[in-house]
Design a protein around this ligand. Sequence first.
Ligand SMILES: [Zn+2]
Length: 429
Amino acid sequence: MKRIVLLLLVILSFSFKVSAFNFSEQTVNEVAEQYVKLVLALGQHDKHYVDAYYGPEKWQQEAVEKKIDLRKIVVSAKSLQDILALQKTEDESKALRLSYLKTQLGALASRALMLIGNVKYNFDQESKALYDTQPPHYQLSEFDATLAKLNDFLPGKGSLVERVITFRSQFTIPEDKLQKVFDAAIRACRERTKAYIQLLPNENFTLEFVKDKPWSGYNWYKGNAFSLIQVNTDLEIEISRAVDLGCHEGYPGHHTYNGLLEANLVKKNGWVEFSVYPLFSPQSLIAEGSANYGIEMAFPGDEKIKFEKELLFPLAGLSPELAEKYEKFSQLISKLNYAGNEVARLYMNKEIDQDEASLMLQKYSLMSEKKAQQRVRFIDTYGAYVINYNWGKDLVKSWVESGPDQSSLGRWKRFTKLLSSPRLPSTLN
Ligand SMILES: [Zn+2]
């Protein structure tokens, strides 16, 4: 009996030592701090890399002064991953934190290697290395049936893309009505989000209209629950973009997501790694995917077109009787969504050049020449990032809609859980 007790004590003390050794909050916090500093360091070599940072200003100054070499950044990222590999925990939120940090560090090292020029990723390799996911493949011929339906839907003279452009032109928001329409749209996105998510008491944003950018809208999160939201007016803005951008950049999209991360993870948990947002990282798939799925969360079913018809069409001076046809058109055109990824894949894999990519986007995504060129410019700047919008949305949607409670309250709860925790793309499958 004595021997058994002794053996138990040995086992207990051993397992205590193992568990004490296996998870140290202090170690993880130190790694998190080093991770933030590495993201800022990489930002010195890639001006698009640091999308948001609101941690200590001193760390940002240090990054500028030290301008750490890219090779050193790779080595440091890998050694931080090695330290994390020794950490083990049964606690769900700590485990999510560990795997988040490990995966973000892996993506950071990959991005640094890309900048050094040591590795040349194709589209799928870049998706895996930077966004922790494998996007689906389509044949461009799979979009022919939808193109044929659109051809029937918009009869008349001229090529299909020309007819699409003419049809779309009826739904352009006149420039002098942009502010009013966007204000109304964002207000509605906010009200609908607020019904389910407790927004921070001091949350706020500024809306700006800008020009000459490769994107159509952007959220610059500044910390303290404040966002600068910019809308690019290089190209004409269609009526449906008001709610899309209001939800995507604002509520329950980026502004809400960043605010929840700041409140729950940075301020409450003291997880400093969330005070920085590296653009070319798995976090972006969650950010863009949830921002796009957020449109459907705030305006489920036909609520979006109803709202647009009743409020936004009149505000923009457009004919509300065209709303139903516009909705049918939008549903058809959304089926071409993944064609853009295929063009990006061919272009990034050097199977087609810039002009061919632009022509293919005009043919399969039915974009105007100017819009197609803007899209090619986007791919040049952001690479495989394009997958984060549609594939990210599909992953987030299937994760939220696989929850046990599919009432709207249940879906919003699961969606909020995603926005408030360090989940990774590979865990959404
Ligand atoms: Zn976005």
